[in-house]
Design a protein around this ligand. Structure first.
Ligand SMILES: Nc1nc2c(ncn2[C@@H]2O[C@H](COP(=O)(O)OP(=O)(O)OP(=O)(O)O)[C@@H](O)[C@H]2O)c(=O)[nH]1
Ligand SMILES: C[S@@+](CC[C@H](N)C(=O)[O-])C[C@H]1O[C@@H](n2cnc3c(N)ncnc32)[C@H](O)[C@@H]1O
Ligand code: SF4
Ligand code: SF4
Length: 326
């Protein structure tokens, strides 16, 4: 479907859980996180019913995210069921990668096409610091396994934070010489829940400046993501910059989101949400689900006004990244 701003919406991001086995410092607080109760989150059957309803309205691509999607039991069966829905041609996952290796083969067989790993440092001690207790080795083995199994492309998302990993930008970029991965540097958004804010922000322009090697412009990387791409000479992989703050890409936005607790969100950076769970649990059928989806598109904002300028905490959105499905 085309929304009121003329954008083709074909991408649904589904958060399958608000739980996570990490507590990345820019994302979640270490304590005080009250996880949703089992009955508060959509069952896989409910999510599948929703996808079946919206696929005929133009949703072709589905990304599974969270929280950490792989902490939810039954992911392989869920991916398999998703991939059998008519019209869904691209199923991908965004994961911290720590639990990926052992289920990677089954996920591939079930129909998962692409994986984006989040990895913010290449230093094991810094990795345990940023995630609070994670092991870099687990994630790296997951990435290598994804490459071995032929997931394509394999993307690595790196949120760059001043004073934490801005000294590693060149090292990340150089990974693309040896590995056929897509490294995407992401600007820190004021949607975190860990107290990392304005002082940690670095614009993509400044991130780029930390790469001393020549960057050659590249087009057409598979995926829906809002990034600008480059390549180092003779590299197997590609480098991208995601610029939610310094250069908005909302005019080409193609996505809506379903939260773990069953709210349909037309935009990551808006508190607007429609209650799909309540609707489905009150016995609504496919036609009513379609109507609520159309309503979401009709209120999808043209853009966002997240910024660090108004106050240091950014905007007071009702939900943070881990609760929306970053
Ligand atoms: N402002 C904004 N940022 C987004 C949006 N979607 C994703 N991002 C940012 O981009 C990062 C990467 O997102 P991914 O989950 O890897 O998904 P993607 O970029 O859509 O992925 P591909 O389909 O592989 O291109 C997220 O962690 C966010 O920081 C969005 O709709 N708006
Ligand atoms: C919320 S996580 C959910 C999926 C999974 N747990 C993971 O880490 O990939 C999705 C993405 O959001 C990013 N993210 C979290 N907080 C962010 C923030 N404040 N600004 C920018 N990106 C953020 C993470 O780095 C990760 O790449
Ligand atoms: S970024 Fe992902 S892995 Fe890290 S705390 Fe947030 S949801 Fe968990
Ligand atoms: S901020 Fe909203 S409108 Fe802009 S790209 Fe993200 S979801 Fe789309």
């Amino acid at each position: 479907m085309i929304d009121k701003c003329g954008r083709k919406i074909n991408y649904l991001r589904i958060s399958v859980t608000d739980r996570c086995n990490f507590r990345c410092r820019y994302c979640m607080p270490v304590e005080g996180v009250k996880a949703l109760r089992h009955e508060e989150i959509l069952s896989f059957e409910e999510i599948l019913r929703f996808v079946e309803a919206v696929a005929p309205l133009g949703i072709e691509k589905v990304r599974v995210t969270g929280g950490e999607p792989l902490v939810r039991k039954g992911m392989v069966e869920f991916i398999s069921a998703l991939s059998s829905i008519e019209g869904i041609s691209d199923i991908s996952m965004t994961t911290n990668g720590s639990l990926f290796k052992e289920v990677s083969h089954d996920l591939k067989k079930a129909g998962l096409k692409r994986v984006n790993f989040s990895l913010d440092t290449l230093n094991p001690e810094k990795f345990s610091y940023i995630t609070r207790w994670g092991k870099l080795k687990d994630v790296w083995e997951g990435i290598e396994e994804a490459l071995r199994l032929g997931f394509n492309p394999v993307k690595i998302n790196t949120v760059v934070a001043r004073g934490f990993n801005d000294d590693e930008v060149e090292d990340f970029a150089k990974l693309t010489v040896e590995y056929p991965v897509v490294i995407r540097f992401i600007e820190l958004m004021p949607l975190g829940d860990g107290g990392w804010t304005k002082g940690r922000f670095i614009s993509a322009q400044d991130i780029k400046a930390r790469i001393k090697s020549e960057l050659l412009k590249v087009n057409n990387i598979e995926g829906n993501g809002p990034a600008e791409y480059f390549q180092l000479k003779n590299a197997k992989g590609v480098i991208g910059f995601i610029t939610p703050i310094s250069r908005h890409f909302c005019e080409s936005c193609n996505r809506v989101r379903l939260t773990a607790d069953g709210k349909l969100k037309p935009c990551l950076a808006s508190s607007a949400e429609l209650d799909v769970k309540g609707l489905m649990r009150s016995g609504a059928g496919i036609a009513e689900i379609k109507e609520v989806y159309k309503e979401a598109l009709s209120i999808k904002p043209y853009g966002h006004n997240m910024s660090y300028d108004k106050n240091d905490e950014g905007r007071n959105l009702k939900r943070k990244m881990w609760q929306i499905g970053g």
